[in-house]
Design a protein around this ligand. Structure first.
Ligand code: PGA
Length: 258
């Protein structure tokens, strides 16, 4: 960075919708309310969904709303962002397992409308092209929910010299393997590769909501909202999206709003 080329972070934040909430519960309430509002307005909405610890509270609330008959998912289509390449869907750490455990088994979604990367029976290349065609055939994603990695990744689009637009196979960054090792017996058990939706499919979503909670995300959030767009911080590309909301708790905001 050169002297004087820093954008005023306050100016960036005015350009984006930034909601700084008190804590994780409030973050989950806000995120669930956004999803529910869309699904009530558009019964056949196409949702882009994320896994990880961050959206668990959002899914729990959506399940509760569904049980209270406030929201129906019968005509909704979903596309998940990513999946480990080597884990079978029944593996407890697979994102297939996660999605069914936290969300799909508790709501009235039609199984044919659930899309999660998995390339059994197809070459990876053929699978990735097919996944992108399915997103396109569904009319694109109306609302994309994102988490953020401590290294600024979105989906598994890891920091790199260039990013790919379409769904692809990716080598996970060391930081991601370290972060995700908490879910496995040892870091050696974390898969090294994953299939992820590309940055193009994410950026083409009608609306994006990024969720971040905790101090561990504060640096990534500050780097994503710095006014600089760089593939070294994939989430910084979101600054170019016309309808993006960052819903983050106070701890995740602790660098931008100390
Ligand atoms: P987390 O993961 O919600 O478990 O922190 C987020 C991510 O890596 O995108």
């Amino acid at each position: 960075m050169q002297a004087g080329d820093r954008t005023d972070p306050k100016a960036v934040m005015r350009m984006l919708n930034l909601e700084i909430v008190k804590n994780y519960d409030e973050l989950s309430d806000r995120a669930a309310a956004k999803v529910a509002a869309l699904v009530k307005e558009k019964r056949d909405a196409v949702l882009g969904l994320a896994t990880g610890a961050t959206p668990e509270g959002m899914y729990a609330r959506l399940v509760r709303m569904h049980r209270a008959e406030e929201v129906s998912f019968s005509s909704v289509t979903t596309f998940n962002l990513d999946e480990y390449e080597s884990l079978p869907p029944g593996h407890p750490q697979s994102y297939h397992y996660y999605m069914h455990r936290h969300f799909f088994s508790h709501i009235n979604i039609s199984p044919q409308r659930i899309n999660i990367p998995l390339c059994s029976g197809l070459s990876v290349e053929a699978f990735c092209l097919d996944y992108d065609s399915r997103i396109e055939a569904a009319g694109g994603i109306d609302l994309q929910i994102l988490g953020i990695g401590s290294n600024g990744h979105v989906g598994f689009n890891e920091p790199a010299n260039s990013l790919l637009l379409g769904t692809h196979l990716v080598e996970l960054a060391e930081e991601t393997i370290r972060d995700n090792s908490r879910h496995f017996d040892s870091p050696g058990d974390v898969p090294r590769r994953a299939i992820t939706m590309g940055i193009g499919s994410i950026m083409q979503a009608g609306e994006i909501v990024l969720l971040a909670s905790g101090k561990g995300k504060a640096r990534a959030i500050a780097d994503s909202l710095s006014g600089r767009v760089t593939t070294a911080v994939p989430a910084s590309l979101l600054q170019l999206h016309p309808r993006v909301t960052f819903i983050i708790d106070k701890e995740a905001a602790s660098i931008i709003e100390p």
